[in-house]
Write a protein that binds this ligand. Sequence first.
Ligand code: ATR
Length: 277
Amino acid sequence: MHENLETTAAVIGYPIKHSRSPLIHNDWLARTGSPGHYDILEIAPDELGDACAQLRESAMKGFNVTIPHKEAIIPYLDEIDETAQKIGAVNTVSIRDGKLFGTNTDAYGFLENLHQGVPCFKVDSGPAVVLGAGGAARAVIYALQQEGVPQIILTNRTRSKAETLATDFKNIEVVDWEHRTGILSKANMLVNTTSLGMVGQPELDLDLFALSTRAVVYDLVYNPLQTELLKHAASKGCPALGGLGMLVYQAEKAFEIWFDIKPPVTEELMNKLKESL
Ligand code: ATR
């Protein structure tokens, strides 16, 4: 670990060179006149326990947790809140009186980006189709159910993973990945939580023909900013949202937890992030 006296918050992960979190949080530390710096701490899986012991003793306000530690960190924390318990993963830890408190701000980030991007949209007005059944899908499903979604139609390449989610959350219908196109006619919203469409990954093969033009299409992928899915959605006239806002709003909540200040999401920050991709 390479935290120093200036480090007031950080992100831990492995490997972690490409994290955009320092860009976001250091912009906010400067804008809000808060002292200190947000750093990257690369921590290998076998170092996680020792690192948590050190972080507990540090003067830092807290840290973000990313791949591959989001689930593995839970046994090393003193407490996790209900949101992190239900999602089964922690992305934000605050350090108070030598204790580590875990939460998960991904669901907040997902919803805040949705509310900012499509203000008139009501999650509870119809079913949502969710693609993927990894950690991101768990946060999305939790968020949608918090907002009263009547039903989730879940499809994943590995069906068994979707079935696990259907036992952990209510009102989920699992559909085979091969049938993903046919289920779109029922969707009030379509969310891609898979890595398909991300730079370096295969494209998401999905025909949006059956999708209503009123359905919101939300792709958690943010690199590229305009995925093929979002381009197709926009060409149909569907409201379309990318994942960059979710990244920023999950960070907003973490910053607020640590520093008790809601930081400004400025156009300048969004542009800096876009340029960094
Ligand atoms: P995250 O934490 O971001 O959700 P993850 O847990 O690795 O990441 O989940 C990645 C998701 O993308 C999974 O739903 C995965 O499907 P599997 O459960 O079948 O692995 C999905 N995914 C990744 N590559 C895929 C591909 N080539 N085709 C279909 N789905 C894919």
